[in-house]
Design a protein around this ligand. Sequence first.
Ligand code: PRP
Length: 272
Amino acid sequence: ASLETYYSGLMFTGYLKDVAKPVLLGGRYDQLLKSQDMNQSGMGFAIYLDEAFLSERQTASLAIENEYLKIALPKGRMAQKVIEIFEKSDLCAKDTLKDNRQLIFTDEEHKLQFYLVKPSDVAIYVEHGVADIGVVGKDVLMESQPDVLELLDLNFGKCVLAIAGFKDFKQDFNRPLKVATKYANQTRDYFASIGQAVELIALHGSIEVAPLLGLSDVIVDIVETGRTLKENHLEVLKVIAHSSARLVANQAAYRFKQVQMNEVIKKVAQQL
Ligand code: PRP
C-alpha cells in the first residue's frame, strides 16, 4: 500500500545529523487496523538501523568537511549564471570558480565547497547527501524525481520540453510513433496521457540527429534558444512542459544546516 493509504492523518519522519535519508518513519495506522477488523486507532514507527549504523561509519570522514556547506553546480551553460549570482551576493570570493578544468573548489573564507558535475547528476549528489544544496533544471527533477527539497525557482535556464520534428511531418497511424529522447519518463507519461501508442528510443545526447537519419519520426527534447532545431531543419510541434533552474537541498542537511542554508537562500533570492 502507498504511505498515504497505510497511514491516516499524522505522519512523521526522523533524521540524524550527517545521514542523507530519514532514519525513522511513522504515523497513525487507523486504516490498517480497520482492515484487520480492529475498531481502534494505532500509532507506530520504524527505525532504519542500517541507515543509522551506516552513518556511524561515515561520521569520521564527514566530520572533516562538516563545517563546509557543500554545493553541487551543473557544468556547462547554467554554471556561469549560478557562479555570477554567488559572486554578486558575496556568497563566494570572486574568481573562486575560475579554473574551468577543476571540478572541486573550496572557498575557505566563506566555508563553501563547490562541486561542478554533469547537470543531470546534480540531484544525485544532493539526494545522497554528498552535496547539501544544488542547482538543477526542473526538467531533470521531473524526469528523475529525486528525493530532494525544491527551495527556489532561480528564473534562469528557462527552456521547454517539446516534441519536435520536420515541419511537414505526417504521422503514419498504422504503427506506433517512433520517438527518440533522453527524457523517457516524461515522454512515456505524456503520450500515455493522450492515449497515443509510441515506440520509445532512449538516446543520451544529440537527439536532433535521430529524425535526420530516420531512427525516429520525432524527438522529445529540451529547446532553449531553438538554434539546434533550426540548424537541423526541425521545429517544435508541441510543448510538453516548461523548465527553469531550481535550488534544491538534501532533506537531512536542510534540517541540520539551516542557518548556513537560509543565509544562502536569502542572498540568492535577493539576486533574482
Ligand atoms: C540540449 C538539448 C538540445 C539543445 C537545445 O542539448 O538536448 O540539443 O540543448 O538548445 P537550443 O534550443 O538553445 O539550441 P545539450 O547541450 O544538453 O547537449 P546533448 O543533448 O547533446 O547532451
